[in-house]
Design a protein around this ligand. Structure first.
Ligand SMILES: [Cu+2]
Length: 157
């Protein structure tokens, strides 16, 4: 992305105000609109969110964990012929001044072996571990099983 010098300065000036309006952040990374799809007890649910790095250096999401799941993995989705398959990824890069959105059909966080059913309207705790920003905890807003985005939950604080 190419920014004019003026636009770059404006973006930097805006960053602290934006960060303050978002979910808890640590270091330079803010987590926006964390949500997951409803899933049954013992089942597996995909979690999605946007990572925004207001810091001056790149960061990486290394892992995630939740007391509500037996295991949590970072996945990406790849096309294999006519079939979409999930694959584990080691880390999710978050470039300095940039953002990455984990969404259905792309990268996501997989909560495996849910201790309880994740029902629409409920929240599920998730802690993200970043290389530089450290641990960042968020609450995933549970959406209907077929939801493709955080719509309906889209109010901003
Ligand atoms: Cu997955």
């Amino acid at each position: 992305m190419f920014l004019t010098r003026r636009a770059a300065i404006a973006a930097i000036a805006l960053a602290p105000a934006l960060a303050a309006a978002q979910q808890p952040s640590s270091g330079g990374v803010a987590v926006e609109q964390p949500w997951m799809r409803a899933a049954i007890q013992g089942g597996t649910g995909g979690a999605f969110l946007t990572l925004r790095n207001a810091g001056t250096g790149p960061d990486r999401l290394l892992s995630a964990s939740s007391p509500a799941a037996r295991a949590v993995e970072l996945h990406t989705t790849v096309r294999d012929g006519d079939v979409m398959r999930m694959q584990p990824v080691q880390a999710v890069e978050v470039p300095a001044g940039g953002s990455v959105t984990l969404r259905p059909g792309g990268m996501h966080i997989m909560l495996i072996g849910l201790a309880e059913a994740a029902r629409p309207g409920a929240t599920v705790p998730l802690t993200l571990q970043f290389e530089r920003a450290g641990a960042v905890s968020v609450q995933l807003a549970v959406q209907a099983a077929g939801a493709s985005g955080p719509v309906g939950q889209g109010h901003r604080h």
